[in-house]
Write a protein that binds this ligand. Structure first.
Ligand code: TEU
Length: 562
């Protein structure tokens, strides 16, 4: 067995605080609201909570624009509330991982304010550049041709400092200049400050964007995604910075904490580099290839199951070589996995199938709030319902080019980030039990049917299935540490996995029907079903001999083969 690590054995539950539970009726989720649900998390059996940013922030990007790293956003509560939450989680053996945004701050951060005011000490905290052809002018005058992740140029002009500043996300999120050693030290101190408060790790936001190449050279104008991506992703000093972060930021906490790096555009080779081969700050990466399968920016592109198999297998090979990963199909940036890879018409079957499929791989499973009750994408009635800055920018750009909303609505409904950010559906009561006030974002239409309370009343519920799946992982080393083998790679309907561990006296077979049809599962000849035991299944009659059986729509099962 490879060395045991708590974060390999754990299931992580992701909380998007703005939309989880509102305790004070202002329509915005908060930390006391999370505390009311700690027993819910305990019952579900998760081992760790990843909390999206709760720091002081003007909330242009819902907290990814931090104005004070050491204060709690007043809408969410205060530091006492946060400390109490930590304590209550720890009382139930649930760990807490904070989301650190070190690539950029808010433009309301005092560092940026001073930097824009021309304060000497802060002058180089950010990337300030003169325009190329006259100040404040059009596109031609930007310092280079880079574009942001959010559908705008990567530069904005500041009237005060009379220069452009770089932002790889919204214009209210200026990029920090990691070239400046003082900036780095400030950030490492912040990291250490949080660790001393007793947290159990970090999810590091867009951590592979922190190093920009010297001279900020132009990007390839023909790039598939935004221009500049070939320059600012995995920059030249990224490993040096990561090692420094591990040493100065994590320090003595390095071994015990979990460190998850969100790495945009990452491939398996780079994942191996950042999880130990070249630098040592990350235990695992969040990769993107599987959630980019069906899209090209805002455009839909057809996908099929064999492509998903190819991508996942490639990443499972990387895990085998040492690049541990976060396993997820949903998060706060992605449309709901159930709407995307499953079928809301088969809510129970396809939500549980996707869970089985995901947890069947090698890596640490992440459950995004609402996934465990089968929440889906939402309809968008008008641009007034848009909350996400990225979707708003996209719509602005299209509108300026003369488009009608109806021309972009489909795409935003399919891929918009607001899909994942609607309030958690607790009950069939007013606003789904999320708030007594007016929710900051509309509640999903299906809340009467899809909510925690209803799930608890059902004989077979998605919620209970998740509980059992998580429980299964807790005493199954094969599920955590077993080698991964993909079976029937060419099958377009069935995704089947075999997990083996030399030390165990059984192996696992995970079988998932990704369709609403009834395909036949032709078990590979080497698999002996004579002594198969069903560990978990979403099928009422799972004991029928799985060899050459017709699967039911979205059927999923985990078998133990002795
Ligand atoms: O996300 C980075 C990122 O790459 C996404 O914005 C991505 O481009 C988009 O969701 C399409 O998949 C992180 C955070 O998770 C996100 O919420 C923040 O908006 C962003 O960084 C900036 O901090």
């Amino acid at each position: 067995l490879e060395p045991r690590e708590w974060w390999k054995e754990a299931v992580v539950y992701q909380i998007y605080p703005r939309s989880f539970n509102d305790s004070d009726g202002d329509g915005i989720g908060d930390i006391p609201g999370i505390r009311e649900k700690v027993d819910y998390l305990d019952h579900l059996g998760v081992d760790c909570v990843w909390l999206n940013p709760v720091y002081e922030s003007p909330q242009v990007d819902n907290g990814y624009d931090v104005s004070d790293y050491r204060a709690i956003n007043p809408e969410y509560g205060d530091m006492d509330d946060w400390e109490r939450l930590l304590e209550e989680l720890h009382d139930r053996d649930i760990r807490l991982v904070m989301d650190l945004v070190l690539n950029h701050t808010s433009d309301q951060h005092v560092w940026f304010q001073r930097s824009r005011d021309g304060d000497e000490e802060y002058a180089d905290y950010y990337f300030w550049r003169d325009g190329r052809g006259g100040e404040g002018g059009g596109k031609e005058s930007y310092p280079n041709n880079w574009e942001s992740f959010f559908d705008t140029p990567a530069w904005s002009y500041d009237d005060e400092r009379e220069q452009y500043y770089l932002h790889l996300f919204a214009s209210a999120q200026p990029d920090l200049n990691w070239e400046n050693p003082t900036v780095r030290e400030e950030l490492y101190e912040t990291v250490n400050w949080w660790l001393e408060k007793g947290i159990d790790g970090f999810r590091l936001d867009v951590i592979n964007l922190i190093s920009k190449p010297e001279g900020l050279p132009n990007g390839d104008p023909q790039a598939d995604t935004q221009v500049g991506i070939d320059q600012y992703v995995d920059g030249p000093r990224v490993h040096e910075y990561l090692d420094e972060l591990a040493e100065h930021g994590f320090g003595d906490y390095r071994e015990e904490v979990m460190s998850v790096g969100e790495c945009v555009e990452i491939d398996p080779e780079t994942a191996l580099d950042v999880t130990g081969r070249k630098s040592n700050a990350l235990d695992m990466t969040i990769f993107f290839e599987h959630v980019e399968l069906d899209r090209d920016g805002w455009k839909y592109s057809e996908w099929n199951l064999t492509d998903l198999k190819t991508i996942m297998s490639k990443w499972q090979d990387a895990v085998e070589e040492g690049a541990w990963v976060s396993l997820y199909h949903s998060n706060h940036d992605q449309p709901r996995g159930l709407s995307r890879f499953g079928d809301p018409n088969y809510r129970y079957e396809s939500a549980t199938m996707l869970a089985t499929w995901l947890h069947g791989h090698k890596g640490t499973p992440f459950v995004y709030q609402g996934e465990e009750i089968g929440m889906t994408n939402v309809d968008l009635d008008s641009p007034a319902e848009l909350r996400d800055v990225w979707a708003q920018n996209y719509w602005d750009r299209k509108r300026n080019a003369g488009a009608e909303f109806s021309e972009v609505a489909d795409r935003i409904e399919r891929f918009g980030r607001d899909n994942a950010r609607t309030p958690m559906q607790w009950t069939d009561g007013k606003h789904a039990g999320f708030t007594d006030g007016e929710p900051w974002i509309p509640v999903g239409d299906d809340y009467e049917e899809c909510n925690v309370e209803r799930e608890r009343e059902r004989d077979r519920s998605i919620l209970e299935y998740y509980r059992e799946l998580i429980d299964l992982r807790h005493d199954d080393d094969v599920l955590v540490y077993g080698d991964f083998e993909l079976l029937s790679p060419d099958d377009e309907a069935i995704y089947a996995i075999r997990r083996t561990l030399p030390a165990a006296d059984y192996e696992l077979l995970i079988c998932c029907n990704f369709t609403d049809g009834t395909p036949t599962f032709e078990t590979p000849a080497e698999i002996d079903f004579d002594r198969a035991e069903v560990a978990l299944s979403n099928e009422l009659d799972p004991d029928r001999n799985p060899r050459e059986v017709d699967l039911r729509p979205y059927e999923a099962a985990i078998y133990r083969l002795y």
